[in-house]
Unconditional design. Structure first.
Lengths: 162, 75
């Protein structure tokens, strides 16, 4: 199994660190794979021309190129899917009220809950790590991320009040 | 604080604090019906609610403390 088939097959069980959000985790994994195959290729590339003319070398070169291409496509696809989700979700979630009531047997008024959508939390976390990897962020997401400290402070204070 | 206060108040204590509870509810009201995450003026709302709710919180703690003292004296 090689090339695209391998990337697709492994996708399901991509080893993602526990502390990384899903998209960044996947990109981090493929970046690691790319580095791992690139390093030996660079070492091979300084060998003399007579070796490079051999069939085996050409096979390796071809495999390397197709793997690189697949990994890059995989990355791009992950990012595109994520960007679509960002566009769809942020506007609506930011339009929710700050607080909400939740029924409780304890008292009639109902519990006060901070109404900051978990999807936004996930998104902000993802942006933080994508920036660390120097990946370009869709405009909507980076606009949202500019206010990350504000949101953190506001949700924090509201949690104390509630 | 709000949830703790209301869940810890005894049924006999609640009427004593009815006006404070009402005050808290009023201070939070905008958060349920007016202010959204993309609204302006969220911070003044939070500051005000924080003041109101922490005042009541302090009062309730004092009240509970006093009750405990009285119980100890009588026991």
């Amino acid at each position: 199994m090689e090339g695209k088939a391998l990337v697709d097959k492994v996708d399901e069980r991509a080893p993602i660190f526990n502390n990384l959000p899903p998209i960044t985790g996947a990109l981090n994994w493929t970046t690691g794979l790319l580095e791992r195959i690139t390093e030996p290729m660079e070492r091979l590339s300084i060998l003399s021309q007579s070796i490079k003319d051999r069939e085996e070398y050409k096979d390796v070169q071809k495999l390397y190129n197709s793997l690189c291409k697949n990994l890059k496509e995989y990355n791009e696809q992950k990012i595109i899917i994520w960007e679509q989700g960002v566009e769809e979700s942020t506007e609506g979630k930011l339009n929710k009220f700050l607080l909400t009531r939740q029924e409780t047997p304890l008292f009639g008024e109902g519990l006060v809950r901070v109404n900051f959508d978990p999807i936004l939390v996930r998104l902000l976390r993802e942006v933080k790590y994508l920036l660390l990897l120097n990946i370009e962020i869709p405009e909507r997401a980076s606009l949202l991320y500019k206010k990350v400290d504000t949101y953190r402070q506001q949700t924090g204070n509201l949690e104390i009040i509630a | 604080m709000y949830n703790d206060i209301l869940s810890e108040l005894l049924p006999v204590e609640k009427p004593l604090l009815a006006d404070r509870i009402e005050k808290m509810n009023i201070s939070l009201q905008k958060g349920f019906t007016d202010l959204r995450w993309n609204s302006q003026n969220i911070d003044p709302f939070i500051n005000n609610a924080m003041n109101v709710v922490s005042d009541v919180d302090e009062l309730v703690k004092k009240m509970k403390d006093n009750v405990k003292k009285i119980q100890n004296l009588m026991g």
